[in-house]
Design a protein around this ligand. Structure first.
Ligand SMILES: *[C@@H]1O[C@H](CO)[C@@H](O)[C@H](O)[C@H]1NC(C)=O
Ligand SMILES: *[C@@H]1O[C@H](CO)[C@@H](O)[C@H](O)[C@H]1NC(C)=O
Length: 343
């Protein structure tokens, strides 16, 4: 208490301040911190950081990933605990990646489901924006899955790019549409994609490309951090917590977004086939995972770690608002019309 007093005595302004009032002010301050503290953490929760010591190599499957500069972004997590890179703007040289993949004759498949009204509302903007920004300069085959092939819009494709329309049946519930896509992708990899494309990316249709989504995103097994959860503590991740579901998990690494995933055809075939198996087992047991195919995807990626993770720059939601960690926006969620789409 002595030194405490000493400080006040040396500080003329405080000496005149009645002691009781000072204690009262301290008391109020402590109360404030107790109540406001948790909210402050919510707004500014510290990011985990890449734990590789400088100079240590990533565990990469493609040597071009050794060109990544993990230390160019010290405001965000640039690698996972198992040594996979997390791709943020500023970490890579786009020309190095594009040259490498041109030399390797890389060809990419893109799958997208446009069922019912989703086709009319979203497909045209999705495809024409992909032509401007998705893997520009590389051969790309779009696989459009739809219940109404005749309604697929005309889109001007640049040389080396092709579009295939594959008819699928219309399910009544959007949850079923979303879950059957795992099986459909696995089947199409066997029948088409494995003969034509080394890599595959699977997208939700209600999104628009607004910036480069390029060959730096390619890898053996690629997942994306969910824009709404990447800064949240793990307790807030919406994993499936029902022990009766095959997607059940108590802890995990991240919360991945099912709107974007990819990899080599072998790895995406394994992922989609495995998720489909889990979904079918759940159906037999009359359970449905909390977030459907996304819950199964998160479970699979926890057991089979992705070799590359994309930052939320690769799938951002404008309604989150300004975020200084997001240096570029590459793909944006389009406006949702759930009231008309999901009835
Ligand atoms: C899980 O299944 C058991 C047995 O069928 C049932 O009693 C229990 O209520 C289920 N739990 C949940 C969370 O659904
Ligand atoms: C796919 O699954 C098979 C069978 O489990 C396994 O042998 C193979 O290594 C897996 N491949 C990839 C790329 O995940």
């Amino acid at each position: 208490m002595k030194s405490f007093h000493g400080i006040f005595l040396r500080c003329p302004g405080l000496r005149q301040f009645p002691r009781a009032r000072l204690l009262y002010a301290l008391f109020v301050l402590v109360l404030l911190l107790m109540f406001v503290g948790p909210f402050v953490r919510f707004f500014d929760s510290p990011m985990r950081k890449c734990q590789l010591p400088p100079g240590m190599k990533l565990r990469t499957s493609d040597h071009v990933d050794n060109s990544l500069d993990l230390w160019s972004r010290n405001d965000v997590e640039t690698c996972t605990s198992w040594g996979a890179p997390i791709i943020w703007e500023g970490m890579f040289d786009p020309d190095v990646y594009d040259k490498h993949h041109k030399k390797m004759d890389t060809s990419v498949a893109l799958t997208v489901f446009a069922i019912g009204r989703y086709l009319e509302i979203y497909l045209k903007d999705f495809l024409s924006s992909a032509e401007r920004y998705f893997m520009v300069g590389l051969p790309v085959t779009y696989y459009v899955f739809t219940d109404a092939p005749k309604k697929v819009p005309e889109v001007q494709l640049t040389a080396g790019r092709a579009l295939e329309v594959i008819q699928v049946e219309q399910h009544k519930r959007w949850q079923d549409i979303s879950m059957m896509r795992m099986q459909t992708i696995a089947d199409t990899i066997e029948t088409h994609i494995r003969h034509r494309n080394q890599y595959i990316f699977c997208f939700d249709v209600d999104q628009v490309f607004v910036g480069r989504f390029g060959s730096e995103a390619l890898g053996d097994s690629v997942a994306i951090l969910h824009a709404y959860f990447y800064q949240s503590p793990q307790e807030e991740y919406t994993y499936d917590r029902n022990p009766n579901s095959t997607a059940f998990m108590e802890t995990g690494d991240f919360y991945y977004h099912a709107a974007v995933f990819g990899g080599t055809w072998r790895s995406v075939r394994n992922l989609t086939a495995s998720c489909h198996k889990g979904i079918m087992r759940d159906k037999k047991n009359q359970v449905e995972a909390l977030w459907h195919d996304e819950s199964h995807l998160n479970k699979y990626l926890w057991l089979h770690k992705p070799s590359k993770v994309l930052s939320p720059e690769y799938c951002w939601a404008s309604e989150i608002g300004y975020n200084r960690q997001i240096h570029v926006q590459r793909l944006l969620w389009a406006e949702k019309y759930y009231s008309t789409l999901r009835t």
